[in-house]
Design a protein around this ligand. Structure first.
Ligand code: SF4
Length: 246
């Protein structure tokens, strides 16, 4: 029987502390920052965002700048060739739809309408949508990034073959809306610090006794294959081999 979401959060909070949410109430900035953070370390994307804000006096100036100029500005954030045109396409779409760059009205739309409005922007998927709704506007949406998805699959909360779209829906159904931020932040921390993709540190994990993917269990007892199946299977096999050779 998998651990409940509540038990997982309670155990992880003992290790990582309780997350405290302070919404920014600046949804467009959150949207652009989230695009910059895709496949990039937080420090690099944060630096690229600051560079963008320093270089241009307004969202309109970013939208209308030569793309090469924007690429040069966010170069330090990684994948600038892809992200600069994506950011400009988003900003232009916002202006075309609303006449300006104020998307604060998303706070007052019915949740599914706000979600659909964001999803209709170019290159905006379920994770980016949920980040804007949750982090900027404190609305009940669950961002499922690579760490949250991997940990949730290893713990048996969602099926291994869930698509990102399904993972968002399943976890939103599993966790109480008021706990979305707490769940997201604790699973991200766990995925970064202990439940890493290549070699999870199960021996230090507070969830280990109840985790179906623990590499400390003999492979035969495991009822689940982790999301990064190859790497953890190898780690599990290697841990089992070490035990056998003792
Ligand atoms: S026991 Fe291992 S695989 Fe399971 S959640 Fe903890 S670190 Fe991840």
């Amino acid at each position: 029987m998998p651990l409940s979401a509540g038990e997982i959060m309670d155990r992880l909070a003992v290790v990582y502390g309780e997350p405290h949410h302070q919404p920014s109430f600046d949804p467009l900035a959150e949207l652009i920052l989230t695009v910059l953070s895709q496949n990039t370390a937080d420090t690099n994307s944060g630096r690229a965002f600051v560079q963008l804000m320093r270089r241009y006096p307004s969202w309109a100036a970013i939208a209308d700048a030569p793309v090469e100029d924007v690429i040069g500005t966010i170069q330090g954030g990684g994948l600038a060739q892809q992200k600069a045109p994506r950011i400009q396409a988003i900003l232009r779409a916002v202006r075309a739809r609303e006449g300006d760059f104020d998307i604060g009205f998303l706070a007052d739309l019915p949740l599914e309408d706000a979600r659909a409005w964001l999803r209709a922007l170019p290159g905006v998927g379920p994770k980016t949508t949920a980040c804007v709704l949750l982090f900027a506007l404190a609305r009940p949406a669950m961002p499922v990034d690579t760490h949250v998805e991997r940990v949730a699959k290893r713990l048996g909360l969602i099926p291994q073959k869930s698509t990102p779209e399904q993972a968002h829906q399943l976890l939103e159904a599993l966790v109480k809306p008021e706990d979305y931020y707490r769940f997201h932040m604790l699973l991200i921390k766990h995925g970064r610090r202990l439940c890493a993709a290549r070699r999870p540190l199960c021996e230090r994990c507070p969830l280990e006794p109840d985790c179906p993917s623990s590499i400390l269990r003999p492979a035969a007892q495991s009822n689940d294959e982790p999301s990064s199946a190859g790497s953890v299977s190898k780690a599990r096999t290697s841990a089992a081999a070490k035990r056998r050779s003792r």
